[in-house]
Design a binder for this molecule. Structure first.
Ligand code: GLA
Length: 373
């Protein structure tokens, strides 16, 4: 078992006594390219990170226990805490006709919280996989992801797209995941960074994603109104030609979505050809589009991207919703410390918060651990 899985199992035993029936864990994610395209029916290319949230479950009473927060919450009532994610999953299972209310669970994890690395999708995915196995439901991975999205949208009340839940449940180690967010088809795209001598450097800007919800919802509704101006279902269907019929904010947002969808498909082709230069250019172009047309970047994210570029990164961009959170860079391994040092210095000079850095390799999606004991 992984360390987080062992920690969850131990917490279960300490809290509830006995051994859990099973342990599952699910990862956070970064998105390589394809931002703000999922809720427009477009393409995304995330990969799972080697930071996970684990859950140990069993039948019976006792509630939901978090080893990281050292607190127990009742299963039933929504209270705007971390426990709403597992509650939401149980609720969504109930909505699908599966009774999932008599279980107890202990959680432990190491996904950075509130940094845009999808800790919420990780806790949902781990819970969903664990409950599916505990109750013998046999729900497929894609349906579990949709169920988790439903928990997030309709129970927790966050209008996110499908990317994060798909990434957490369907990614494979050593690969990115291309998702067509309309058909919900997904396939792995091999991503061997070590063979290319590259490191995936993640910069957590530590900027509160405070306006994230409002900004995110605003972007979504402008996309919907742009689609309706064009008389199409979703911006996925818009072409460059169509953009001529838009103006103002609708034009800017739609131009990002149309160009970003094209970049994702080109990026997959680049990866298939091991062409990291081209891949990197697409990352820079994605960032510029998110900064100028979608307007979800921050001075901190821009500073990281510029600094990485000056120090030899093949590509860099903000990842996730924006408005703070994290940016990523593909950096020759030998340069990665230099990029981090220069970034730290530039942040200090600009009086930004001290950033945190991580390096990830594309990791495995949600898994059931071997039965403890
Ligand atoms: C958040 C949402 C995702 C996606 C990204 C932007 O992470 O949860 O569904 O929309 O923002 O690409």
């Amino acid at each position: 078992m992984r360390e987080t899985e062992q920690k969850a199992a131990k917490a279960y035993t300490e809290k509830f006594g006995g051994t859990p029936d099973l342990v599952a864990s699910a990862p956070g994610r970064i998105n390589l390219i394809g931002e703000h395209t999922d809720y427009n029916g477009g393409f995304v290319l995330p990969c799972a990170i080697d930071r996970r949230i684990a859950v140990a479950v069993g039948t019976g009473e006792g509630g939901l226990y978090s080893a990281d927060f050292n607190e127990t919450r009742e299963p039933g009532k929504k209270d705007d805490s971390w426990a709403d994610y597992p509650r939401g999953v149980a609720w969504a299972m109930g909505e699908e006709g599966h009774e999932a209310d008599s279980f107890r669970a202990a959680f432990a994890g190491d996904v950075p919280l509130g940094s845009g690395l999808s800790s919420s999708a990780a806790i949902e995915a781990a819970t969903a996989l664990a409950l599916d196995a505990l109750l013998g439901l046999g729900i497929g991975r894609k349906d579990l992801a949709v169920l988790c999205q439903r928990a997030e949208n309709d129970y927790v009340g966050v209008a996110s797209g499908i990317m994060d839940q798909y990434a957490s449940l369907l990614c494979e180690a050593g690969a990115a995941l291309l998702v067509d967010c309309r058909s919900l088809e997904a396939r792995s795209v091999p991503l061997d960074l070590a063979a290319a001598g590259l490191a995936l450097v993640v910069c957590d800007t530590r900027v509160e994603r405070g306006l994230a919800d409002t900004g995110y919802n605003d972007r979504r509704s402008t996309c919907e109104s742009a689609a309706s101006t064009l008389g199409i279902e979703e911006l996925r269907d818009a072409t460059e030609e169509d953009l001529k019929r838009l103006s103002g904010e609708e034009l800017k947002r739609a131009r990002h979505v149309v160009s970003e969808n094209a970049r994702v498909l080109e990026a997959v082709e680049a990866l298939n050809n091991n062409d990291f230069n081209r891949f990197g250019h697409l990352m820079y172009a994605s960032h510029a589009s998110l900064r100028d047309d979608y307007e979800v970047s921050t001075p901190e994210l821009d500073t990281f991207v510029e600094t990485a570029k000056q120090h030899g990164a093949r590509g860099a961009r903000l990842t996730g919703a924006g408005f703070g959170g994290c940016a990523i860079a593909l950096v020759p391994e030998a340069q990665s410390d230099k990029v981090k040092q220069a970034c730290e210095q530039n942040f200090a000079e600009a009086d930004f918060e001290k950033p945190a850095f991580y390096e990830f390799v594309p990791a495995a999606g949600a898994e059931l651990a071997n039965k403890p004991g």
